[in-house]
Write a protein that binds this ligand. Structure first.
Ligand code: DHE
Length: 522
């Protein structure tokens, strides 16, 4: 059972949100919720068979607004429409109620997380892959339209399996180092483990109430889950999804912080955390023999998790890097010595050297750079990186040695994702927003010229690219309910095949991800 306590972070969170719409919800809203919604979404509003109905989840709802979904239901899900059952004002009331923050955020510690873990009793690990396809050339396609993942053979583009995921998967799934298992996270904090060889789900656990993304340790033993709610980092054992640790995230000043994202840094054998509310970056060791410069956490029977003296060392020891302002959305250099983070709404980005633990350069980057989608390659003897911008139709190209801008490439509109591969001369950049969202630019990595703009489905959003293991083919999402993955010959830029999919978003090739291919973001 979920223990209910007044969690001080609820106050901070409520403050951080815009004027609460709770004031607009009529007195009968709670009863309407109990009678019509609680069965699937839970009395706590934290989700059951349906997703959590809290502002942190709902503000992500694209397309129809909350009241419209209540009235009409959601296509391809079990959510029915209530237009015939409830009046317009009742629907508006209910929507206002759902958009209000929870008065109390339940505790979500090791015990509560462990209580949600289910391991599939029918799971039987195969001794070898159950298919003839190259297991390292498998590509997973996340289909957000009906919350499934398709498992594609990267040579024949046949769908080997299609399995249900938790509601609203976000961020890249993370593969075990050999590529056999994959871990998938939903915005409601569910982590699912799937065995690619056996084409079977292994189990799932709810590691947070509102989560951002996951990262896997270099040795593949630990999976870190970045949470907004509660303000923690959950570390799971990849073997059985057991809870190894729940780290409260508290800045040096004592202020709690949401975790914007957690990244794996294999050469450093650590996780790197972007903190949303305090000017710090955390590095958490995944090496059992980590250097004693780390501070650490110990578990006290009386007080729960508390910080230890700065002299502690070893697995999950933590180091703080102090910053001038909070940074998030990180791009890492390929040696993981430096990262670039966005200082939100300041029109700039900051380079942090992780070895010396301080800011070393400032980059003017207006238009909200999406550094997490940044990729790098060698050009004219230098390593350059490129990043799209979420608010401007351009890509910035930056020299990663001098940290000076090289140039900007004008695009048909603001983009979300970039992708390339070591075996292709091109990078692919989508135009995610605006009237040209049906365009995909193909750009020469040396001349920086747009060599072709593809428009495979006029008017449809076309976004996110992944390559096959050898870089010979590029897979592009037609990001619509009745969408598709289009496979292109990456050299001739001609269409090879088109696979119907339900609003496909990200695609992830096992080999490219486990080898940290040059053209992929983290
Ligand atoms: Fe994402 C990755 C953050 C909105 C689809 N997104 C990531 C990652 C971060 C991030 C930190 C890297 C995680 C990883 O892979 O481990 N995303 C954010 C945001 O802060 C932002 C702007 C707002 C938010 O509320 O989260 C945001 N993201 C979106 C969307 O609206 C997208 C387009 C649709 C969706 O599913 O929500 C979206 N994000 C994605 C995808 C990836 C991703 C498909 C993985 C890309 C990859 O190739 O690895």
């Amino acid at each position: 059972m979920i223990r209910r306590t007044v969690f001080s972070s609820a106050l901070a969170l409520a403050g951080a949100l815009a004027l609460s719409p709770a004031a607009q919800a009529g007195p009968g809203a709670a009863a309407l919720y109990r009678d019509h919604c609680a069965e699937c979404h839970a009395k706590s509003r934290l989700g059951g068979t349906g997703p959590a109905l809290i502002p942190q989840t709902l503000k992500r709802m694209r397309g129809p607004k909350v009241a419209q979904v209540i009235a009409r239901g959601r296509a391809a899900t079990q959510m029915p429409g209530f237009a015939d059952t409830l009046s317009e004002s009742e629907i508006a009331d209910l929507a206002a109620y759902l958009e209000a923050p929870l008065a109390q955020v339940p505790e979500w510690g090791a015990q509560e997380i462990a209580g949600t873990r289910t391991l599939d009793p029918g799971y039987a690990p195969a001794a070898a892959p159950l298919f003839k396809a190259d297991p390292l050339n498998i590509t997973l396609v996340v289909e957000t339209g009906d919350h499934h993942v398709s498992v594609l053979d990267g040579d024949t583009f046949k769908v080997l399996d299609r399995f249900a995921t938790p509601f609203a998967v976000h961020g890249g799934p993370k593969f075990s180092p050999g590529g056999r298992f994959v871990f998938i996270m939903s915005r409601d904090g569910w982590v699912q483990k799937y065995d690619i060889w056996s084409l079977q789900e292994v189990g799932r656990v709810r590691a947070g109430l509102n989560s951002r993304n996951i990262a896997i340790s270099r040795d593949g033993k630990w999976l870190a889950v970045a949470n907004y709610l509660p303000m923690t980092l959950t570390i799971l054992s990849t073997a059985d999804l057991g809870v190894k640790r729940v780290m409260p995230v508290v800045g040096k000043s004592g202020r709690k912080s949401r975790v914007s994202a957690v990244y794996q840094a294999p050469p450093r054998d650590s996780f790197i955390l972007a903190l949303k509310d305090v000017p710090e970056i955390w590095e958490v060791a995944t090496d059992p023999n980590a250097d004693p410069v780390y501070e650490g956490f110990v578990h006290s029977r009386e007080k729960g998790m508390v910080e230890a003296l700065p002299s502690s060392q070893g697995l999950f020891a933590r180091r703080r890097i102090m910053l001038g302002q909070p940074l998030d959305d990180f791009f890492f250099t390929d040696d993981y010595r430096n990262l670039v983070g966005a200082a939100r709404d300041s029109g700039r980005a900051v380079v942090v050297n992780l070895n010396v633990g301080r800011e070393i350069a400032d980059l003017p980057l207006p238009g909200m750079p999406h550094l997490g989608s940044g990729i790098s390659w060698r050009r004219a003897g230098r390593r350059v990186m490129a990043t799209p911008h979420l608010r401007e139709g351009m890509l910035s190209v930056i020299d990663t040695e001098t940290w000076k801008p090289v140039t900007t490439i004008e695009t048909k509109g603001p983009g979300f994702f970039l992708r390339s591969h070591e075996n292709t001369p091109y990078l692919w950049a989508d135009v995610f927003f605006g009237p040209n969202r049906d365009a995909m630019h193909v750009i020469d990595k040396q001349s920086l010229d747009i060599v072709k703009t593809l428009r495979p489905v006029p008017g449809a959003t076309v976004a996110h690219v992944e390559f096959t293991r050898d870089g010979s083919h590029a897979l592009v999402s037609v990001w619509e309910d009745d969408g598709a993955v289009i496979v292109y010959d990456a050299a001739t830029l001609t269409e090879v095949t088109r696979l119907p999919m339900r609003k496909p978003s990200g695609k992830y090739n096992v080999f490219n991800k486990i080898t940290f291919s040059e053209g992929t973001s983290h």
